[in-house]
Design a protein around this ligand. Structure first.
Ligand code: F0G
Length: 481
C-alpha cells in the first residue's frame, strides 16, 4: 500500500509491525573487498556475515506472518495422509479453484516433474520468457524453449504496463512451424523474472488460451509471483481497479490447465506445488512424485512448511500483502531515476533492476557488465544483488558464451523485510557508484561449471579494479563504512 503525505509525496506504507528481527553487520569496505575476491566476484558465494542488505533474491527470504509461524506449530508429521496436506489442498482449492494438488519441495522440482511428464526430445515449449531453472529442466529433457515475447519486453526504458505479454502472432507462427503435436505446452510466467518481474495482462492470457485451447495444447502457468502479477492487473489493467486480488487470481486460473509455483515467493514459504483440475494431467504427473520428491502428501516439503503454505496461499491475496514489495520497488526505482540511475521501467514485481548496459556502457558484454556491477554494488554498500545477464546464460553446445538479451543487476526486495531507511541507503550508495562507474572494469571466468554456471562459477577482475574502487570509496566515506 502507498500513502499520500501532506506535502504531496506518495510513500509505501507498511501494513504490519516488526516483532522479530535478525541482526545484520556492515563490514568495512576493505573486508568487503576481501570477501568479494574470495567469492570469485560471484555474489552467490558470499557469506551472510559479510552482507549488510541481502537483495540477492526474494526466494525464501520474505518475512513470514505470525499466523504462518503459528500454523507451523500444529503441523501433522504423518508420512502419509498428513492433515497438513489436506489443509493446503483446501486452501489451493479455495484460492486457485484447482482440485488436484501435487506438492514439491520447490519450484524447480515442479518443473522437473513437468519436464519428465510432458517434454520429450523434439518437443518445443513456447513461453513469454524463460527462467534459468525452467530452461535447464526442459532442455535436459530434450526440449527446446521458444521465447515469444513482444518487442517491448526487452526495452528497459518502457512505459508499457504489460511487458510480460506473449506475442500472439509469434505464438501462432511457432505452432504452425513446429506442428501442434510437437508443442509440449505453452508456459506463461506470472511476472517474467529475468526481464524485470514484468506482468502479463488478463486479456493476453485469455487470448493465449483462445488460440491454443481448441488445438488441445495445455496452458501452464508459472505462478511463483502470482500475487504480484494480480496486483499489477489490479493497478494497471482497465476494468480491474475494483476487482479483488483473490478474484483476479481466480480469473487467471480459470484460463490455465496446469498451475505450478515456487512457494518461496508470493506464498512466503519454502516449498512448491503443481495443481490442476485436469484429472488426466494429474494422473500423468503423479507417479513421478514419490520417485523424485516424496509421498503424495508432503512431496519433499516439511509438514511445517506445508502448514505455513496453506496460510501463505490465503494471505498473499490480501491487497496489502500482494503489493508489499511492489510498492517498495516502485519507490526505490523512482528515487534511483530521480538520481539519474538507469533502472528497468516500469518497476516490476520482485526487485528493482539496474540496467548495466547503461550503467557501465564501457564494459563489453563478454566481460559481464551485470556481474561486474553486482560486485561493485556489494563493494560500495554491502548490498548483495544478483547478476541477471550473460553470466546467468550457460555456454552453447560449441562452448561459446551466449550474450544475454539484457544485462541486469537485480536488487530484490523481499516482502516486509526492509525499511525505508534501508532503501534510502541503497539509493545513496548506488548514486555514489554511478558517479564512479568509470572505475568499474570487466570480469573473466577462472572456474566455470557446465550447467547453471552463475551459481558456483568464480571470476576475477580484469585490471584489479576492485582495489581502485575501494580506494575511492574510502576517500569519501572513511575506512569504517
Ligand atoms: N519460476 C520462477 C519464475 C522463479 O522465479 C523461480 C525461482 C523458479 C521457477 C524456481 O523455483 O527456486 O523454488 O526452485 N526463482 C528464484 C529467484 C531462485 O531468485 O528468482 P525454486
Amino acid at each position: 500500500m502507498s500513502i499520500r503525505l501532506s506535502d504531496g509525496r506518495e510513500i509505501p506504507i507498511e501494513m504490519h509491525k516488526i516483532r522479530i528481527v535478525q541482526k545484520v553487520r556492515l563490514a568495512p569496505v576493505r573486508d568487503r573487498l576481501r570477501a568479494i575476491e574470495e567469492a570469485g566476484y560471484n555474489t552467490f558465494l558470499l557469506r551472510t556475515r559479510d552482507i549488510f542488505m541481502d537483495m540477492l533474491t526474494d526466494s525464501g527470504t520474505n518475512a513470514m506472518s505470525d499466523n504462518q509461524l503459528g500454523a507451523m506449530m500444529v503441523s501433522d508429521d504423518a508420512y502419509a495422509g498428513s492433515e497438513s496436506f489436506y489443509r493446503l489442498q483446501d486452501a489451493v482449492n479455495d484460492i486457485f479453484g484447482l482440485a488436484y494438488l501435487l506438492p514439491a519441495h520447490q519450484g524447480r522440482a515442479a518443473e522437473h516433474l513437468l519436464a519428465k511428464t510432458f517434454v520429450k526430445p523434439g518437443k518445443v515449449v513456447p513461453m513469454n520468457y524463460h527462467f534459468t531453472t525452467t530452461k535447464a529442466h526442459f532442455e535436459l529433457a530434450g526440449g527446446t524453449v521458444l521465447e515469444l515475447y513482444t518487442p517491448e519486453a526487452l526495452n528497459t526504458q518502457s512505459t508499457c504496463p504489460f511487458k510480460g505479454n506473449m506475442d500472439l502472432g509469434r505464438l501462432e507462427a511457432a505452432i504452425r512451424e513446429h506442428g501442434v503435436e510437437n508443442v509440449a505446452f505453452v508456459r506463461m510466467e506470472a511476472t517474467t523474472n529475468l526481464i524485470g518481474g514484468q506482468p502479463f495482462s488478463l486479456a493476453n492470457l485469455r487470448e493465449v488460451k483462445k488460440l491454443i485451447g481448441p488445438m488441445g495444447i495445455p496452458l501452464v502457468i508459472d505462478a511463483s509471483l502470482i500475487s504480484e502479477n494480480a496486483y499489477f492487473i489490479h493497478e494497471r489493467e482497465e476494468g480491474y481497479q475494483n476487482t479483488s486480488i483473490r478474484d483476479i487470481i481466480r480469473e487467471m486460473m480459470a484460463q490455465v490447465d496446469i498451475c505450478y509455483l515456487s512457494g518461496r515467493k508470493s506464498c512466503a514459504v519454502r516449498g512448491g506445488f503443481i495443481a490442476t483440475n485436469n484429472r488426466k494431467h494429474y494422473e500423468a504427473i503423479r507417479p513421478w512424485l514419490p520417485v523424485y520428491e516424496g509421498f503424495f502428501t508432503y512431496g519433499g516439503m516439511s509438514s511445517k512448511e506445508v502448514e505455513a503454505m496453506a496460510v501463505g496461499v490465503r494471505e498473499m491475496t490480501e491487497l496489502e500483502v500482494a503489493g508489499s514489495s511492489a510498492d517498495m520497488i516502485r519507490y526505490f526505482a523512482e528515487r534511483l531515476i530521480a538520481n539519474n540511475v538507469p533502472v528497468v521501467t516500469p518497476p516490476g514485481g520482485l526487485a528493482c533492476h539496474l540496467d548495466a548496459m547503461r550503467f557501465v556502457p564501457h564494459i563489453p558484454q563478454l566481460q559481464y557488465p551485470a556481474g561486474a556491477l553486482a560486485a561493485a554494488v556489494y563493494l560500495t554498500s554491502g548490498i548483495r544483488g544478483m547478476e541477471r545477464g550473460t553470466v546467468s546464460m550457460d555456454r552453447d553446445k560449441e562452448g561459446n558464451d551466449v550474450p544475454s538479451d539484457m544485462e541486469l543487476l537485480r536488487l530484490a526486495v523481499p516482502r516486509r523485510v526492509f525499511t525505508m531507511s534501508h532503501i534510502e541507503y541503497a539509493v545513496d550508495r548506488v548514486k555514489w557508484l554511478l558517479g564512479h562507474a568509470g572505475l568499474i572494469g570487466g570480469l573473466k571466468f577462472c572456474e566455470e561449471p557446465p550447467v547453471l554456471r552463475f551459481f558456483a562459477g568464480k571470476m576475477e577482475a580484469l585490471g584489479s579494479w576492485g582495489d581502485k574502487l575501494a580506494e575511492a570509496f574510502e576517500k569519501d566515506f572513511g575506512p569504517n563504512c
